[in-house]
Write a protein that binds this ligand. Structure first.
Ligand code: GLC
Length: 556
């Protein structure tokens, strides 16, 4: 008998190890912007510890902490100068130990970010490489090459940086080094044994401190085709490309050799108990993504196809089918992701016409066209129920439970994303999805901390605050709380089947509950079934456009 009440508590995972992660809800904490205990305007580990009750009360199973390691902050922490420490702006190693202890006490797992593709140019290895001659062992940990042309003044290949401009920077003695991202983020050479050994040590360091796993940054970029002469890519601008085109033999994206690294890592991960996990950030094709989650490699990979899916029933159906079959082929389940710290927040994406280039829209000032926020609001709520109903694990980005929109009108001088300067101030970058969270309607930085906030919070931000939404039945926060609580009842039964649906509707059964979502422009009658939760009010037993509903399977 499925109870038709909403009284199931959320919180700690009931699912036992070793596969706790298969259907976990993981909450992404973007450390600089979650909570600031020391008042310097930048989020820190103590701030997170102080707010863990919010996460436990929300009903998530794990948190993923974005980088908090010592860093000059060219890329807000994704430029690491010491992989075994905590940046003073985020706290201390003791703060990390305390956070893990407290999280574990609340039944929450803690996943940390590992950034293996590149380090900071302030990392001691890079300083040593610069001080050492061409051809030295210290340079071999990076990708240094002679330039082209009679005086070597042309880069060794035409590779482009993902942040704009070229992927090569020249050093005073004339050699060039490679960086997929900013010049302050030199790529490591994953054919070098020091690099391999050091990262194995780094994984063990955090596992020994109690981390429950790793999110692997740029997992598809580590291995490069370094056979001489280096191959050009045809000058394509990789700022707009996450991945090679299907079937392409690209010199640095998604090379087969990268999997050797994850097979070695998996052995380390599996030597720890209770079970730890890894999740790949790999912008590769749907056909190639499952390769990263083969049984002896990483556990999960972010599903960016779901994130990028247009608001269209057929498109969602294709993404869901492909994701499920791809993951099942390697014995796992997909992840489902709507937002993260690198993309325009989904409430805002859904408020814009289909097919728009969000980054171009943002760079044009976010007004052409003007977002239809009421539409984005409805769709984001419906998308949450869709996402949380699918078999697999869901990754939530901090603030989506508050329905935060993208802040698209930050003043130019507030922008911190390196993309802004590297593109000659033409691409506004990712700051608008990274605005510090509002916890309280009023007070300094809306409860983010006792000081200011490193990115300005816009007027009206307090209306999204946790305290402003708590107890308001129609709020985003209460929708997420209820959804996560109901979801725990259906976790573990991974069976999935499409149900007959009308044009523009998605309907499926997962275990003993059903989800329907109306992506058409007309209301659709609701079938029988005890309603567990709806993303908006159901009037006259109709499912309005841009609305989703969960029902319990009756009888049987
Ligand atoms: C990943 C991160 C992004 C960062 C980049 C370089 O894509 O998510 O924020 O800028 O890697 O480390």
């Amino acid at each position: 008998m499925i109870p038709n009440t909403l009284d199931t508590p959320g919180g700690p995972l009931s699912r036992p190890a070793p596969d706790w992660w298969r259907e976990a809800v993981v909450y992404q904490v973007y450390v600089p912007s979650f909570a600031d205990a020391d008042g310097d305007g930048i989020g820190d580990l103590r701030g997170i510890t102080d707010r863990l009750d919010h996460l436990a009360g929300l009903g998530v199973d794990a948190l993923w902490l974005t980088p908090f390691y010592p860093s000059p902050w060219t890329d807000a922490g994704y430029d690491v100068s010491d992989y075994r420490g905590v940046d003073p702006r985020h706290g201390t190693l003791d703060d990390f130990r305390h956070l893990v202890r407290r999280a574990h006490g609340l039944g929450l797992k803690v996943i940390v970010d590992v950034v293996p593709n590149h380090c900071s140019d302030q990392h001691p290895w890079f300083a040593e490489a610069l001080a050492s001659p061409p051809g030295s062992a210290a340079r071999d940990r990076f990708i240094f090459r002679e330039g082209r042309g009679p005086d070597g003044s042309l880069p060794p290949a035409d590779w482009k940086s993902k942040f704009g401009g070229g992927a090569w920077t020249r050093v005073p003695d004339g050699q060039w080094y490679m960086h997929i991202f900013s010049a302050e983020q030199p790529d490591l050479n994953w054919e070098n044994s020091d690099v391999l050994a050091d990262f194995e040590g780094i994984l063990r360091f955090w596992l020994d401190l109690g981390a429950d796993g790793f999110r692997v940054d740029v997992a598809h970029g580590l291995r490069k085709d370094l056979v001489e002469p280096l191959r050009d890519t045809g000058g394509r601008d990789s700022a707009s490309l996450n991945s090679p085109t299907e079937g392409e033999d690209h010199p640095f994206w998604d090379r087969d050799e990268v999997h050797e690294i994850y097979r070695a890592w998996r052995k380390i991960i599996d030597s720890y108990a209770p079970a730890r996990i890894t999740v790949a950030e790999a912008g590769v094709s749907a056909a190639r993504l499952p390769l990263y989650t083969r049984p002896d490699e990483l556990h999960q990979a972010f599903n960016f196809f779901h994130l990028r899916c247009p608001w269209d029933a057929e498109e969602f159906r294709k993404v869901i089918d492909t994701s499920l079959s791809g993951a099942r082929a390697v014995g796992t389940l997909p992840t489902w992701v709507l937002s993260n710290h690198d993309v325009v927040r989904h409430r805002t994406r859904y408020s814009l016409p289909q097919g728009i280039d969000y980054r171009a829209w943002l760079s044009g000032g976010g007004t052409d066209p003007a977002p239809d926020d009421a539409l984005g609001h409805r769709r984001a709520r419906a998308a949450a129920l869709l996402t949380l109903a699918l078999p697999g694990s869901a990754y939530l980005y901090q603030g989506e439970e508050l329905g935060l929109p993208e802040v698209f009108d930050l003043p130019d001088d507030a922008l911190r994303d390196p993309m802004w300067e590297r593109t000659g101030r033409t691409t506004r970058g990712r700051d608008g999805c990274r605005i510090p969270l509002p916890w309280t309607r009023s007070g300094s930085s809306h409860g983010f901390g006792p000081g200011g906030s490193w990115l300005p919070q816009p007027d009206g931000w307090g209306e999204y605050a946790v305290d402003a939404q708590t107890g308001r039945p129609d709020s985003f926060l209460e929708l997420y709380r209820t959804a996560l609580s109901v979801r725990t009842r259906f976790r573990g039964d991974e069976s999935f089947a499409w149900l007959p649906a009308r044009d523009g509707e998605l309907a499926f059964r997962k275990g003993r509950f059903e989800c329907r979502i109306n992506l058409s422009e007309t209301p659709l009658p609701l079938p029988d079934g005890a309603v567990l939760l709806a993303s908006d009010s159901l009037e006259g037993n109709m499912l309005a456009p841009d609305t989703a509903v969960w029902t319990a399977v009756t009888g049987g």
